[in-house]
Design a binder for this molecule. Structure first.
Ligand code: SAM
Length: 242
């Protein structure tokens, strides 16, 4: 246990993750804004700005949820480009569809898929993104290999994910915040304490910056660099296929 919270069993991780996102799907955007104090918007903005995506490109957003990244990529690729918003969870994808419709955004395709099995030909995409999603994938090595396979030579993978801060003071605050405050907020706003408990635990288990970089390289990527955001609370890894 961490700080008195029960550990969430992770033996059936896939179905646990499904339940987490089913139950919070409709409150998902609101919760992101509240829990990150709006910072997730900045992290995503930075991701898009780092992407090099151009007019006419093909982009796949994996674990795309309500489509924040897909919307921005859509603006970048123009009418001749292609953006696919994908997620393992049909309810989240549906929230994404509603969100896009609300915002009047057209021309994004939807595919329900598991990051471990990407139903596309090799060398298809100029850019693949996965924001706050890799943490939830059971076999991350397999997923990274699949991403490498379907990227075009010259294409790049962007992984935005919680990571490890090296500021001792921030770490103290962050531990208290995520293990004590976050699940309570989850309980009040989304009526789901366990999901936000899972969130805090999954963040701790996720590989740190250097370990994730090694995983990306081991999956076949020829080059990988990362940038810390918010003192390493989040990191953006960029993997390039030559
Ligand atoms: N990318 C969005 C964002 O940044 O707002 C959503 C992130 S949300 C925290 C994580 C998403 O990952 C959920 O929508 C969930 O359904 C999806 N997910 C979990 N496991 C997955 C898998 N194995 N393959 C694809 N998507 C997955």
């Amino acid at each position: 246990t961490h700080f008195g919270f029960k550990k969430v069993a992770t033996n059936d991780k896939q179905s646990l993750v499904r339940n987490v996102f089913n139950s919070v799907a409709s409150k998902y955007d609101l919760m992101n804004d509240i829990l990150s104090f709006g910072a997730h918007r900045l992290w995503k903005h930075y991701t898009i700005a780092s992407s090099n995506v151009k007019i006419g490109n093909k982009v796949l957003d994996i674990a795309g949820g309500t489509g924040d990244l897909a919307i921005e990529f859509r603006k970048k690729v123009g009418d001749n480009g292609q953006v696919i918003l994908s997620d393992i969870n049909a309810i989240m994808l549906n929230e994404g569809r509603k969100n896009l419709t609300n915002k009047g955004i057209i021309g994004i395709e939807f595919v329900q898929l598991n990051a471990q099995y990407l139903p596309f030909n090799s060398n298809t995409f100029d850019c693949i993104s996965i924001a706050f999603g890799l943490r939830n994938v059971t076999d991350k090595d397999q997923a990274l290999k699949e991403m490498y396979r379907i990227l075009k030579p010259g294409g790049c993978l962007l992984i935005l994910e919680f990571s490890t801060t090296d500021s001792a003071l921030l770490k103290k605050f962050y531990d208290f915040y995520s293990f004590n405050i976050m699940p309570k907020l989850g309980s009040i706003i989304a009526d789901n304490e366990a999901s936000y408990q899972y969130l805090a635990e999954s963040i701790r288990k996720h590989p740190n910056q250097e370990d994730l970089k090694s995983m990306v390289l081991d999956a076949g990527f020829d080059f990988c660099e990362y940038n810390n955001l918010s003192y390493g609370i989040v990191a953006l890894h960029k993997g390039v296929k030559i």
